[in-house]
Write a protein that binds this ligand. Structure first.
Ligand code: NAD
Length: 488
């Protein structure tokens, strides 16, 4: 890996630099690894022009076989270039090896799943009354603006992009400055897909939101697909209202994990540890609220504390690290401020965790896992998304109380239930306000099954067949046929 990388935007099949320079930082060391230029309105305008031209003037929107071929070809290129992407995700995003590999490994099957769906449409035709036929076609909505976050930039961009392209949209990706180098490597893969027509896919990087705002304000971009925080989701919906913008949002979460007294703790506690520490808790589905049946509270407290204290925090470059850094020092400080405030407000410390004050890791954005015990679920630490490795634990006595605590949240992305009873987990799963519920597991996602949020966690679904809905319009054509016979 050379010392200085340079990331660029990829618009209309060309590599583009903008004006203002910014630096890319390795979160494990605080060192500069490269630079990039900040995109903004001019790059967004150029991308809109290219994507609109490709939508209107090429066969892309009507040629489903071409779209399937491009998605399959892309999957193949991602397989060939997986190592390059894993390497940059570890360096720039801080992911430890297995996490970076996991993120990249999810991409090819997603592209192939939507390649197949591009060939299999769900419109319908009817003879609705004698001699009168209706044909209802699902047509691409137009240019899709895709805004992705920094926490898993590769797979989260592809999760929106694959259904957008399958549906026949052309696309513009607005990716975060914090992952500028990763964004560029991903664009290198796109640039190697020779079947991809120029202008169908355009990507720019910015750390602010001037370019994103230009996409939202443009009447030529009818669809915005955001993966990001609920706050950004609300801001984008409000900004898009004047153009009646279609909005799909995969937003924040505060995933509860419910541990019942009949749970298999040997299976549950390692998963609870991972639910907190995967990507240093910077995951929309991070298990951040642990609800524990009172009879097992003491055992869980003791065993989980031991597990969290033993988590080896360190850089991705060290293969023995269990948990990598957070994305930057600013987020370490923000998370520690939330923990301090929670302790001051009465949360009991089980494992304090927190930043390293000295030693080699003090220069990086590391944060050791933290476990706090609470009895008031309205505390901000239990209500707000922390987006770091901080877990709050609270006891419950009855199933009803467990469900009420789990649902005591503005979020509804996911939940995890642990019990060896046959009926209880399904009974509870049906009562929890969340788009995904795992029984005796956590964070299992499939390309084939819908993923998304209730309440403030989102609008619409990605993955599964339903992801296409964000990117299609329905057109009904009613056609009269003279049947050559008299009608009533
Ligand atoms: P964020 O909302 O700050 O930013 C997301 C993207 O939106 C970025 O590209 C950002 O530049 C852009 N953005 C921010 N403000 C904007 C505005 N006013 N107008 C237009 N664009 C704007 O989120 P983040 O910090 O990058 O990511 C973390 C958040 O994403 C967490 O809340 C996490 O739960 C959520 N997330 C959700 C999922 C999911 O599948 N539900 C997956 C990953 C992350």
């Amino acid at each position: 890996m050379t010392a200085q990388l340079h990331a660029r935007h990829w618009i209309d099949g060309e590599w583009v630099d903008a004006r203002d320079q910014a630096e890319s930082i390795n979160p494990a060391t605080g060192e500069t690894i490269g630079n990039y230029t900040e995109a903004g309105e001019p790059e967004a305008a150029r991308a809109v022009a290219a994507a609109l031209r490709a939508f209107r003037q090429t066969d892309w929107r009507v040629d489903r076989r071409l779209r399937a071929k491009v998605l399959n070809d892309m999957a193949g290129r991602f397989e060939v270039r997986a190592g390059h992407l894993v390497e940059i995700l570890a360096l720039e995003n801080g992911k430890v090896g297995p996490e970076a590999e996991f993120e990249v490994s999810m991409v090819p099957s997603k592209l192939r799943f939507y390649a197949a769906l591009a060939l299999t449409d769900f419109g319908r035709a009817m003879e609705i009354s004698p001699g009168r036929y209706t044909t209802t076609l699902r047509e691409p909505a137009g240019v899709a603006g895709i805004i992705a976050p920094w926490n898993s930039p590769v797979v989260l961009f592809i999760r929106s992009l694959a259904p957008a392209l399958a549906a026949g949209c052309t696309a513009i990706g607005k990716l975060p400055g914090l992952t500028a180098q990763t964004n560029t490597r991903m664009c290198e893969v796109f640039s190697e897909v020779t079947s991809l027509p120029k202008g169908v896919l355009n990507v720019f990087t910015e750390s602010h939101s001037a370019g994103a705002r230009a996409l939202i304000d443009s009447p030529d971009v009818p669809v915005i697909s955001l993966t990001g925080s609920s706050k950004t989701g609300r801001a984008i919906m409000a900004a898009g209202a004047k153009n009646m913008k279609r909005f799909g949002g995969e937003l924040g979460g505060k995933t509860p994990i419910l541990l019942f007294d009949d749970a298999d703790l040997d299976k549950a506690l390692p998963k609870v540890e991972k639910a907190l520490t995967v990507f240093a808790g910077q995951f929309c589905m991070t298990g951040s609220r642990l609800l524990v049946h009172r009879p097992i509270l003491d055992t869980v407290r003791k065993q989980l504390a031991a597990r969290l204290e033993a988590v080896k925090v360190g850089p991705a470059a060290d293969a023995s690290s269990d948990m990598g850094p957070m994305i930057n020092i600013a987020n370490v400080r923000r998370v520690d401020g939330l923990v301090e405030a929670a302790i001051a407000a009465g949360a009991k410390v089980v494992v304090r965790g927190g930043p390293f004050k000295d030693g080699p890791l003090a220069k990086g954005a590391f944060y050791r896992p933290t476990l706090l015990e609470i009895s008031d679920h309205s505390m901000p630490i239990a209500q707000d998304e922390v987006f770091g490795p901080v877990l709050v634990m609270q006891a419950f006595d009855t199933e009803k109380e467990a469900v009420a605590l789990a649902n005591n949240s503005q979020y509804g992305l996911a939940a995890s239930i642990w019990s060896t009873d046959v009926d209880r987990p399904l009974r509870i799963a049906r009562q929890i306000e969340a788009g995904t519920v795992w029984i005796n597991n956590w964070a299992v996602v499939y390309d084939e099954t819908e993923e998304g949020g209730y309440k403030q966690s989102g609008l619409g679904r990605l993955n599964g067949v339903s992801a296409l809905d964000d990117f299609v319009e329905y057109r009904t054509i009613i056609h009269e046929v003279d049947l050559g016979m008299s009608r009533q």
